[in-house]
Write a protein that binds this ligand. Structure first.
Ligand code: NAD
Length: 279
């Protein structure tokens, strides 16, 4: 698999994003440089990080050590709750860039809306400034509900490039995704494989049948479903074998009936926190 075969999508900022990347949530800081180096070797060029993951240094070091030009990577990081607000946002991105050893990130996200905090709009206005300064090529949000998206758009006129939300076969969020699509907001699916918290093969035997029909694994079928429905994904694994497995999803296609069968698995079942009450 070469990086060149991974499809890209255009964001509303005019920048392209590789549709398939690698997430570093729960990758131990002491192992991040080695694991990201393995992922680069496997062919990944898009990395999804966050300040709160505590491993921005290792991510940045692996990219620098790869010898591949920085422009060939797409790097995302995220702003945590305690950095919300105008001053916090400027200071937080500066500190993230310092840890990453980079001049700019490709995408900067507000990690959670924290409705009880009431500072998402102020933070978003600061994100517009960070984009204007060229420190973040694209800006977006994560875990925003419809009303959170509407509030930042109304206050600023700037539509987030992406909303990164929990999506997997058991939680598909069709209403929120349609709302986003109508506004040109790309959906990034976190926990695309169910975070290892559920065994999708047991929960949804139809996935096993579809995988057998294509001589693929259940994980590959689920990732392929995300890609065919237009979502951006960055599954996490520490195993080089699974890194390659998760990339090998661009050379087969699910049928309309198979896509419909996976859509029918939606139970509205969250595996992570509910943004409405996560404060
Ligand atoms: P995921 O769905 O990617 O699941 C990761 C787990 O799946 C791994 O621990 C591994 O056990 C298993 N796995 C990976 N590849 C596999 C394969 N081929 N076969 C079988 N099992 C496999 O969950 P995630 O890591 O939580 O989500 C991906 C990324 O999304 C994160 O690393 C992070 O970058 C991002 N994320 C964002 C938020 C947010 O609030 N914005 C929350 C969680 C995750």
């Amino acid at each position: 698999m070469s990086a060149a075969t991974i499809p890209t999508l255009l964001l509303n900022s005019g920048h392209a994003i590789p549709q398939l990347g690698f997430g570093v949530f729960k990758v131990d800081a002491t192992e991040t440089e080695r694991i990201v180096a393995d992922a680069i070797e496997a062919g990944y060029r898009h990395f999804d990080g966050a300040r709160i993951y505590g491993n921005e240094e290792g991510l940045g070091r692996a990219i620098a050590a790869s010898g591949i030009p920085r422009e060939e990577f797409f790097v995302t990081t995220k702003l945590w709750k305690d950095d919300q607000g105008r001053h916090g946002a400027h200071a937080a991105l500066e500190a993230s860039l310092e840890r990453l050893g980079m001049e700019s990130v490709d995408l900067y996200l507000i990690h959670w809306p924290h409705p009880g905090l009431g500072r998402a709009v102020e933070t978003w206005l600061a994100f517009e400034e960070l984009a204007a300064q060229g420190l973040a090529h694209s800006i977006g949000v994560s875990n925003f509900r419809q009303e959170d998206l509407a509030a930042v758009i109304e206050a600023s006129g700037t539509v987030p490039a992406v909303n990164q939300i929990e999506v997997h076969p058991l939680l598909q969020q069709p209403v929120l995704r349609e709302f986003q699509e109508a506004l040109g907001i790309r959906t990034e699916a976190w926990g695309p494989l169910g975070q290892g918290k559920v065994d999708l093969a047991v929960e949804a035997p139809v996935l096993v049948d579809i995988a057998a029909a294509h001589e693929r694994t259940v994980a590959q079928v689920v990732l392929r479903w995300h890609l065919q429905e237009g979502r951006i994904v960055f599954p996490k694994t520490t195993s080089p074998e699974r890194m390659r497995e998760n990339l090998a999803v661009v050379d087969f296609a699910l049928t309309d009936d198979e896509l419909a069968a996976i859509r029918a698995l939606d139970q509205g079942r969250r595996l992570g926190p509910d943004p409405a009450i996560y404060d």
